[in-house]
Design a protein around this ligand. Structure first.
Ligand code: NIG
Ligand code: FE
Length: 387
């Protein structure tokens, strides 16, 4: 078996055609494409629960970052940890992600911000891919922040870090083939639209696909940049402008929405999902799993938020979490659909109707997943039996 779906159809017809095949008894439950989580920052050390309380007391996310918390705090932490330790920390987190029905996980670097620590993070992702049957997609996010030691030196420090990203870090990442995509946190106070363009153009020349943290907290025109550069996705978009919505509808860039992030930040604002869909933009959903703004491993909960906060139908949410998530990773012909030729990336849920996924919110209905036909969750699965 090559791990691909050979045929889809009524059970009787398939049983006749594949009389010798192994069978998995799904007990009449819901079998669907495994969920595709196209945006996570899963490689980190210490969780940052103290910041949740600070925000509740009224301190905004960007203010916490200015005081050396936020991403900076995770950077200090990750730099002090060895590769082995990061592998050991990420493994159970990824297993928990898998246990909710996710079969593909994009994983970003971005808490290293030195050549050594970004390569270390990306090597951790590569090692995890060898250890887990989950499908992992690595993204280089060396431009997640301007590191504090460079910020302290003002404009000159900023320019120096940009040079390091383009002329040292990116070539090193590309030479080792450690990343499929490059991403930038394009946000006022972090990277400008002009800086993001320079970085992404260099990444494209180095052979990487492009993604962008775009218009998350403030409108900057980042979505328009992502479309202009032909990025696979523009992510967040809670503050996207009407021009940005039009650009996403007209271009080939997937609009990836992360409603868990806005919920966890305590923001009343959400991305204009209905406007995006109604304008014809392809919309994906993702968890944004990270220690600062979205520490959830529960993708079906993101589907719940998509229906109740973003006003998607259950069907739209499921498409956004499978087919369109795959497109956001340039894997549209590979995963996210039950169709002949696609990888057998499957999730079995204790449900009869797909609308139960967003409905039983917070619950874990997943009973098993397969990636390329190989049992992924539970890891000791004994689902196969000879007929
Ligand atoms: O997608 N916005 C930038 N990056 C993450 C947050 C990272 C962090 O706070 O550690 C996000 O929300
Ligand atoms: Fe993110």
């Amino acid at each position: 078996m090559d791990g691909r779906i050979a045929a889809v159809g009524p059970q009787d017809a398939l049983e006749l055609r594949f009389a010798d095949a192994d069978r998995i008894d799904c007990g009449g439950r819901l079998l669907m494409p495994g969920l595709v989580d196209s945006h996570t920052h899963a490689i980190f050390g210490r969780p940052r629960f103290e910041e949740q309380e600070l925000r509740a007391m009224g301190l905004p996310y960007m203010e916490i970052a200015k005081r050396g918390g936020g991403i900076h705090s995770s950077v200090r932490d990750l730099r002090a940890r060895a590769e082995d330790e990061l592998v050991a920390l990420a493994l159970p987190r990824l297993r928990r992600i898998a246990s909710y029905g996710t079969t593909t996980v994009e994983v970003k670097s971005g808490y290293g911000l030195t050549v050594v620590d970004e390569l270390k993070t990306l090597r951790v992702i590569r090692r995890l891919q060898e250890l887990l049957p989950l499908r992992l997609v690595p993204t280089w996010l060396g431009a997640h922040e301007v590191p504090q030691e460079y910020r302290a030196r003002g404009d000159q420090g900023r320019a120096d870090y940009l040079r390091l990203l383009v002329h040292e870090m990116l070539p090193a990442v590309a030479a080792e083939g450690l990343a499929r995509f490059a991403d930038v946190f394009c946000e006022p106070g972090v990277y400008t639209v002009a800086e993001s363009r320079v970085l992404l153009e260099a990444a494209r020349v180095a052979g990487l696909g492009l993604k962008l943290h775009a218009d998350e907290l403030q409108t900057s025109g980042a979505a328009e940049l992502a479309v202009a550069l032909g990025a696979a996705s523009a992510d967040h978009l809670a503050a996207v402008s009407e021009d940005g919505v039009r650009a996403l509808a007209a271009g080939g860039t997937v609009a990836t929405l992360l409603p868990g992030t806005m919920l966890f930040l305590g923001s009343a604002r959400q991305a204009p999902a209905r406007a995006l869909i109604d304008a014809g933009a392809p919309v994906a959903l993702a968890s944004d799993f990270n220690p600062g703004t979205s520490p959830t491993v529960n993708f079906p909960l993101v589907l719940t938020l998509a229906v109740s906060q973003l006003r998607l139908t259950a069907a739209e949410a499921v498409v956004a979490g499978t087919v369109n998530g795959a497109a956001a990773l340039s894997l549209a012909g590979e995963t996210g659909q039950l169709a002949p030729g696609f990888s057998a990336d499957l999730a079995l849920f204790d449900a009869e109707d797909v609308r139960e996924l967003p409905y039983w919110y917070g619950d874990r209905l997943c009973r098993g997943t397969w990636v390329g036909g190989v049992a992924c969750h539970p890891f000791e699965a004994r689902f196969t039996s000879q007929p």
